[in-house]
Design a protein around this ligand. Structure first.
Ligand SMILES: Cc1cc2nc3c(=O)[nH]c(=O)nc-3n(C[C@H](O)[C@H](O)[C@H](O)COP(=O)(O)OP(=O)(O)OC[C@H]3O[C@@H](n4cnc5c(N)ncnc54)[C@H](O)[C@@H]3O)c2cc1C
Length: 431
């Protein structure tokens, strides 16, 4: 299995945009060109705002092009737990926001004519044990009460592989090739009228009172407002709220192509994309190129400045071990390569947006489920910065100027969650 630095979904763009030299001015400067920053820049440029987008590497080269490709209305935290912790109205607002995020991402594919193999097939949050199935039933009730498009399904009736007993099927969203999507959104952003600088990390952002000053290695941007959409990298900028984002490295493995009849033989007749109900989820999906991509299980924390890296060999091996346990009928299928990316976990475990200062707004819509949500929040923040009244979906995740608690995500808690998942796996086998 080859451990690669870049995304396995698509080749990098053939050419890159220039980096910033000298001093320039703009109305709004967006820092971080993932799906969130590109969507913000697109909205601003489309409404005639003079916008500059600064990207440390190339647009979309972070998690936006590296993820598992699920467009999901899931919120990272467990629905049952959210049902216990949050008021009913708040939960309903969050699920409405997350579902609208799915539609926003789907519209972006249409709007920019992006060829990214999107399949609107929903996603199954699947149980691999009776305990998980009971959990799925409880989650389905909470999600139904919150107005989410989710239904309980039986594993055999839903065409899930043997060993997957059933679960909750999200009625919206589906899967795509995130690498191709990122390339398409990048192209749309570059041609939108936004001034794009690649290879240009913001080093310091200062709120000067009347506006902002962003310093880069060879230049400066003065603007009225700044949007901070740097995800896991946010806390490398001193203006970001303390404890906003805890960086966590997440890994994916892709197999060699699998013959379709092999998938039929193991009962995966629907080819439904799945995530499991473990504390740290496992994801399994079939790609249009006939491979299986699976991921997560073992997470690793990091500190800014975050290194460019590959998955660790032991983490990739653990993913392969998990794949063989879940799919004993595919034990001979070889893993071909593995890659990963840095996600930013918020200490509230929920998507957040707010104000770092009078003129600097931030978003962190990630927690590993932010592919659609980051784009939607980028768009909502852009509308907000232009003076539109606060959208109800932005209000649903608005953190304002409040502080963040230190996160309980650290290597010890992540390793403990992995151990707990393996222990429940063993108990399920014995039951
Ligand atoms: C392996 C993996 C699997 C995942 N699977 C899924 C999934 O299936 N579904 C889902 O919904 N989500 C998934 N996610 C999460 C999802 O990819 C992210 O939530 C989403 O892409 C975040 O988008 P973003 O625009 O906020 O951030 P990013 O894509 O991280 O973009 C941030 C950008 O900011 C740039 N940057 C950072 N610092 C600076 C700076 N100082 N100056 C300028 N630029 C800077 C970075 O280079 C980067 O391009 C996954 C993530 C990973 C890593």
């Amino acid at each position: 299995m080859e451990l690669i630095h870049e995304t396995g979904w698509a080749d990098p763009p053939a050419t890159t945009e220039p980096s910033l030299t000298g001093e320039i001015t703009a109305d709004v400067v967006v820092v971080g060109g993932g799906g969130g920053g590109m969507s913000a820049a697109l909205r601003l440029a489309g409404s005639g705002t003079d916008v500059v987008l600064l990207e440390a590497k190339t647009l979309g080269s972070g998690p936006t092009s590296r993820n598992a490709g699920y467009i999901t209305n899931s919120i990272a935290a467990d629905p049952e737990m959210l049902g216990l912790l949050l008021r009913h109205e708040r939960l309903r607002d969050l699920y409405r926001y997350a579902e609208n995020a799915v539609h926003f991402a789907e519209d972006a594919i249409e709007r920019h004519s992006i060829e990214c193999e999107y399949r609107q097939e929903g996603i199954v949050i699947a149980a691999v044990s009776k305990g998980q199935l009971r959990h799925a039933r409880r989650n389905a009730k909470v999600m139904a009460r919150a107005g989410s498009s989710a239904e309980l399904v039986d594993g055999r009736a839903a065409g899930l592989p043997q060993g997957f007993l059933g679960g909750v099927r999200e009625g919206v969203g589906g899967t795509l090739n995130p690498g191709e999507f990122a390339l398409g959104l990048r192209e749309a952003t570059i041609t939108s009228g936004a001034r794009v600088y690649e290879g240009t990390p913001a080093l310091e952002i200062t709120d000067t009172g009347g506006g902002v000053l962003v310093e880069t290695p060879a230049g400066k941007v003065r603007a009225r407002k700044a949007l901070l959409t740097a995800n896991a990298y946010s806390n490398s900028l001193s203006i970001a709220p303390r404890h906003l984002a805890s960086p966590v490295w997440t890994s994916l493995v892709e197999t060699e192509p699998v013959a379709p009849e092999r998938l039929d033989e193991i009962g995966w007749t629907s080819r439904a994309p799945m995530v499991t109900l473990h504390m740290i989820l496992e994801s399994y999906r079939v790609t249009p190129r006939g491979t299986i991509v699976f991921g997560t299980r073992r997470l690793q924390t990091g500190r800014n400045p975050l290194p460019d890296r590959t998955p660790a060999q032991n983490v990739a091996n653990d993913l392969v071990r998990g794949f063989r346990e879940r799919f004993p009928g595919l034990r001979d299928i070889r893993p071909a390569r593995a890659w990963g990316g840095w996600i930013g976990m918020s200490s509230t475990w929920l998507p957040v947006a707010g104000e770092a200062s009078d003129n600097v707004l931030y978003s962190l819509a990630c927690n590993g489920h932010g592919f659609a949500q980051a784009q939607y929040v980028g768009d909502l923040l852009a509308r907000h910065v232009r003076g539109a009244p606060m959208h109800e979906d932005l209000a649903a995740i608005w953190h304002g100027r409040r502080r963040f608690w230190p996160s309980f995500v650290n290597q010890t808690t992540l390793s403990a969650a992995w151990l707990a998942d393996r222990a429940t796996d063993r108990l399920a086998v014995r039951a």
